[in-house]
Design a protein around this ligand. Structure first.
Ligand code: XBP
Ligand code: MG
Length: 244
């Protein structure tokens, strides 16, 4: 059993930044632009977040609101959703690049500490790759990718959280055992994905996920402010001692 914390694996939406209100605006931008006649409210969207991934979320909503709709051609509905998602992604990226979201408290300090101490960092998200760059480029610079030993996202892991695929991919790529890693997550689906891959998770919920079930989390905190690497190491060691 590894005893040292060797890597931090960061989720993106909700964890690095409270992005979901901006995702919601971008979905509604796309619905309006394409004349879908849909408009998601914040409470509706909070419930829809149980489905990870923008395309999956729209398909789920469409099937739910129009269960009897017959597709004239197989895949026609998925094609419309893919088009909506392209528009939504561009709208989201523009909003983020215009400064609509900031990193949550403590995120940058934890990343800087990990770098100072030579701890590996990785990203495990269900979101689209362009969204990660829009968020991290302004804070970490044009070489933001090189801060991370692996980046798992919607383009690498088609099976979305709570499926552990993205965590399994990232673990393979960084070559670390799951017990030597800690995941930083904000949602029930993220927690389940990390746990199913054998990775302990710290949860920092947002207003969109605060009502969810976080049983099995290593620790639940309002945010990452004041969380040090030695605290993470201690929590991991305590968990291992209990499990032994
Ligand atoms: C959260 C999500 C994402 C975003 C939408 O991902 O479920 O799907 O809401 O992003 P995570 P896309 O917390 O794992 O980062 O539209 O690009 O799918
Ligand atoms: Mg998240």
């Amino acid at each position: 059993m590894p005893t040292e914390l060797q890597a931090l694996i960061f989720d993106v939406d909700g964890t690095l930044a409270d992005t979901e209100a901006v995702h919601l605006q971008a979905f509604n931008d796309a619905f309006a632009q394409e004349g879908m006649g849909w408009h998601w409210t914040e409470s509706e969207y909070t419930k829809l977040l149980e489905v990870s991934g923008g395309k999956e979320r729209m398909l789920h909503y469409w099937r739910q609101t129009n269960p009897d709709m017959k597709e004239l051609e197989p895949g026609a509905r998925a094609e419309v959703v893919a088009r909506l998602h392209e528009i939504k992604t561009a709208a989201y990226e523009a909003r983020v690049m215009a400064g609509a979201v900031q990193l949550r408290p403590g995120v940058l300090a934890l990343m800087e500490a990990a770098q100072r101490e030579g701890l590996m960092m990785a990203i495990a998200t269900t979101t689209s790759p362009v969204n990660i760059g829009a968020l991290l480029r302004p804070v970490l610079g044009p070489d933001w990718r090189f801060h991370f030993a692996a980046i798992g996202d919607a383009s690498t892991a088609p099976l979305k959280k709570p499926h552990p695929q993205v965590y399994q991919q990232v673990l393979r790529e960084i070559g670390k055992p799951p017990g030597a890693c800690i995941a930083l997550e904000d949602s029930h689906n993220g927690l389940k994905a990390a746990l199913a891959a054998g990775v302990a998770a710290i949860i920092t919920p947002t207003s969109f996920t605060a009502h969810q079930d976080f049983s099995g989390a290593l620790v639940v905190r309002p945010d990452l402010q004041g969380i040090t690497l030695s605290m993470l190491q201690t929590w991991l060691a305590e968990k291992r001692a209990v499990a032994a």
